[in-house]
Design a binder for this molecule. Sequence first.
Ligand code: CP
Length: 311
Amino acid sequence: MFPDSLTTIRGLDHRTLRAFLSLTEQIKSTPEKFNTTLKGKTILQFFVENSTRTRMSFEAATRKLGGTSIAFAASSSSLQKGETLLDTVQVIQQYGVNAIVMRHSSGGSPDLVAKATALPVINAGDGSHEHPTQALLDCFTLAEYWKSDLTQDQPFSGKSIVIIGDTLQSRVTRSNIHLMTTLGAQVFLSGPSTLTIKNLSLFPEVRYIPFPDAILNSVDAVMALRIQFERGNKGVIPSIEEYRTFWGLTHERVSKMKPEAKILHPGPMNRGVEIDPEVADSDRSLVLNQVENGVFARMAVLGALVGGLKP
Ligand code: CP
């Protein structure tokens, strides 16, 4: 039922995805039952692109499951001398690792590593492609807030979510579109056309609404994304001020939402751009719940793929 590697969330069916979420729920309610799941196992934390939340939560998850981590420091490694990705991984494999958690700026690189090794590979974010464990923790956070019944085929049936911002470069969006819609939610994308996924025809399950004000009063959750200027998004908006005016989660914009609708952000946040500080820190925000749940979701993935946990 669980895949050997988690390089993409697309292609996983609702049973497998709900099983990951149910396992997350079990682990969160009784973490002490899982504290030897990875006993004797070593996880390579292979981060070749910056990270705070994903790297630290995978390390915490490994430790809470009784495993050990080897952390790879890309900036001081022989990658800087021209060693290839696959040569690097094959070298580290000789040090006795049982799985690879991998972040890389090149989309698809976790698949290359999975094909070149016999080890489980967990994608911790690859370029603008996918971020499977972020989608799992986001949907677990929503399921927890909505008290969704994960035994149902479509536990998010009747719910709708708008993702606002740089969906063009967002691996979080690509993974969440599949997970949220598979769970039964209606997903809207909103943002400047220059920052929106170009090949929307490949995602027939979503609707693009240029300006979020048109639907804010009807959705059950809003996810804000930062603009990923580091991926070359130059000249895509006239100014930060104009972006905030039309798409930023200001207090005024949030007041148009249903009172019970919540706000998510995968982080890192650019306060005052896509989300105002008073909104990020308000009781409408689930941002710190997402961070907390990141550890449990990653414990579930490591437990399933490396520790032999069953649904
Ligand atoms: N959400 C997320 O991936 O954050 P980090 O880049 O800090 O890991």
